[in-house]
Design a protein around this ligand. Sequence first.
Ligand SMILES: Cc1cc2nc3c(=O)[nH]c(=O)nc-3n(C[C@H](O)[C@H](O)[C@H](O)COP(=O)(O)OP(=O)(O)OC[C@H]3O[C@@H](n4cnc5c(N)ncnc54)[C@H](O)[C@@H]3O)c2cc1C
Length: 429
Amino acid sequence: MKESFDAIVVGAGPAGCAAAYSLARAGLDVLLVERGKFAGVKNMTGGVLYGPVLNNLIPDFWKEAPVERHVTRHVITLLSEKTSLSIDFNSTGLDESLQDGYTVLRARFDRWFADKVEQAGGVVITGVRVDDLLWDGKRVVGIVAGGDKIPAGVVIAADGVNSALAKKAGLSARLSPENVNQGVKEIIRMPRELIEQRFNVSGDGGAAIHFLGFCTRGVHGGGFLYTNRESLSLGVVVQLKALIENNLKSVELLEGFKAHPTVKELIKDGSTVEYSAHLVPAGGLGMVPRLYTDGLLLTGDAAALVLATGRSLEGSNFALASGMAAAETVRRAREKGDYSQETLSHYAELLSESFVLQDLKRFQRSAELLENQRLYSVYPELACSLAEKVFRVDGDPKKTVWQLAREEMKGRVSIWTLLKDALAARRSV
Ligand SMILES: Cc1cc2nc3c(=O)[nH]c(=O)nc-3n(C[C@H](O)[C@H](O)[C@H](O)COP(=O)(O)OP(=O)(O)OC[C@H]3O[C@@H](n4cnc5c(N)ncnc54)[C@H](O)[C@@H]3O)c2cc1C
């Protein structure tokens, strides 16, 4: 192994692999260090990877990457205790290039991506944890791992949420129960034919279902179910503060979610083969720390670059795009032979020009909106009970949908509160 590198990337998730791959392809000497036995072994995501960003880096990546299914059905399902109401967007009829989401299993996907780094000429070491940064005064000049000091022009921290390296550099995102969500997930094995029949998909098509309401017992969070080739990814993501204040445990919420009549039918005859839990930053722009210092850049979850709007939880794309922007910054810095923070500030410029900081800025009020408890309790219950009345034919004279809606709203929410919430949502979703 070389004694010194142009760049060392710590963590082989999407941020780290994208950074290391870009640097290796640009001809820089890059080392990618991952603590897992292999890249992705313990990594977790809900499972939808939106394709365009990776497609820019590796055109038609989905033809060779171990993606599970192409998402052709996006479903939003509101849950009351016993019923559900769904909006189902089916894009099967669209051109394939417009269907941009893929379900992935990280243990396979990250491993493939780390292999790509090696094929591009990068050095990849797995099973080694980076313990510290190497300093020359106030400048980061490498890493300390397994007792070895490995020098480099620059270090890219892609070590995920609660980044140890960001902390050591005094740059870390301030994690608190309000701005962090906890996700728990099961992989449920199911025969391919059964998945296709049950979820109304065929070939490589797949479904991404997001749940709101009873899956989190009405507290801040939601549920998800994604179809893979021969398994389902099922989980709940809940704000840490909501878990603490309501004395709830994610594992119990997941069990309750699985027992809901709607979900029970969807996972029937499947068998759980894997369980995982992970934190995800959810505080939006307000929690993004300073992104660089002399000799160091922060990417992906390590920099809290995750968009949580209630419409989606999008982190992988932000990780990929920030990894690529970090690589471009390092490439330029190497040309100048200068890894000072002045030169590395180009990274923040690149992120400001891209969707990464623009989306986080545009949706910076989302965190506030998502604090509204009615989103998780009153509204899903109201929608389901209204649907129940609308679809019931009981021999009595019928009422209009408007009359039924007013009756269902009584005692639950006033029209003014509803309008106020709709206005807030208009700016934040
Ligand atoms: C339940 C849940 C559901 C989600 N659903 C989605 C979704 O559907 N779509 C989406 O886009 N995003 C989703 N996300 C967010 C997404 O998973 C993350 O934003 C994304 O994985 C961040 O990538 P990353 O490379 O920054 O970090 P990670 O993927 O966390 O990778 C960090 C890597 O660094 C390694 N590492 C850590 N410390 C060290 C160390 N000291 N030395 C060496 N290696 C180290 C880790 O082992 C890991 O491989 C979800 C997250 C959760 C928790």
